[in-house]
Design a protein around this ligand. Structure first.
Ligand SMILES: [Zn+2]
Length: 305
């Protein structure tokens, strides 16, 4: 888990708030079960509150938290997360109680990262964008006019579960041939490990081997890029975005990814307008900054309400 105290940048840089004033990380404790994870989140937030009070003379006035899985942002409930094991945790209410009644906003991790990319990152000038981080899995955030579309049930943007290879590999979601089974950083790492015979090999190793001209790595990479282009073209056909923002571990390959990806997407579009395809700007701080923006928005709403 990553956490931060967020506030107005104390340097008069003229930059849009928020700035990260203090950052911390800790393990989720998920091996001890879902209740332990919830307790870790609550304790971590309370600790940050105390640190803020000690350092800045006043505790945080609002809190934002972003969690994976399915999130109902309206009721503030963490509905489901396969990797954390929880179901229907009223996280917003629990957190507000632990923090002395301050307003709390609960968001979905990728949508919250997308919110930050849209406001202060790669999408800051784009009215419509699709943010797709390629990590352990693949998710997406649909940015429209300064906000992120959550969907009717809190699961909009799940581009990783678009089937791009019908009947293909089994996916954790129960379907086969989903995009994330082919083009996530985890999938590319697995494929490269199988191809090169080193079980420890990762997607970053695959990218290095591609850059050095290894033919087996190039084949693995081409398959992933083709699958990714198929999924992204489905997304852009539905959404007509100005911008595709690609983040996560696989995007760290830079031009090794972006050059063939732009070409693969360009080859597939016919009537659609080709969006710019750009790397995410905020890296792994996106979620933290986005959670800060969620909290920030609660305060600005309260001021104007
Ligand atoms: Zn799936």
């Amino acid at each position: 888990m990553k956490a931060a105290l967020v506030g107005v940048d104390p340097e008069p840089s003229g930059k849009t708030p928020p700035a990260l004033l203090y950052e911390a990380r800790r393990p989720t404790g998920r091996e001890r079960g879902p209740d332990a994870v919830v307790e870790t989140i609550l304790g971590f937030a309370a600790e940050l509150r105390d640190i803020g009070a000690a350092r800045f003379g006043t505790p945080a006035e609002a809190a934002g938290v972003a969690v994976p899985g399915i999130v109902d942002e309206t009721s503030g409930t963490a509905v489901y997360a396969a990797n954390l094991g929880w179901r229907n945790v009223p996280l917003r209410a629990l957190l507000s109680e632990r923090l002395g009644g301050v307003p709390v906003s609960l968001g979905h991790d990728v949508r919250t990262g997308g919110l930050a990319e849209g406001r202060i990152g790669a999408g800051r000038d784009a009215g419509r964008f699709l943010f797709v981080p390629l990590g352990t899995g693949i998710a997406g955030a649909i940015g429209i006019g300064g906000r992120i579309e959550a969907g009717a049930h809190g699961s909009a943007g799940e581009i990783g579960h678009i089937v791009v290879r019908p009947g293909g590999r089994a996916c954790g979601c129960g379907q086969r041939g989903c995009l994330e089974t082919l083009a996530s950083a985890a999938a590319v790492g697995r494929d490269w490990a199988a191809a090169c015979g080193d079980p420890e090999a990762s997607a970053a190793d695959a990218a290095k081997a591609v850059a050095s001209g290894d033919a087996r790595a190039r084949a693995v990479w081409r398959d992933a890029v083709d699958a990714l282009a198929d999924g992204l073209v489905t997304g852009l056909t539905l959404l007509d975005p100005e911008l595709l923002i690609i983040g996560g571990g696989l995007a760290e390959a830079g031009d090794t990814l972006f050059t063939p990806l732009r070409e693969a997407v360009r080859r597939r579009v016919t009537f659609q307008r080709l969006p710019s395809i750009v790397p995410a700007a905020l890296g792994d701080a996106a979620g933290c900054l986005g959670a800060g923006l969620l909290a920030w928005d609660l305060l600005s709403t309260e001021v104007t309400a």
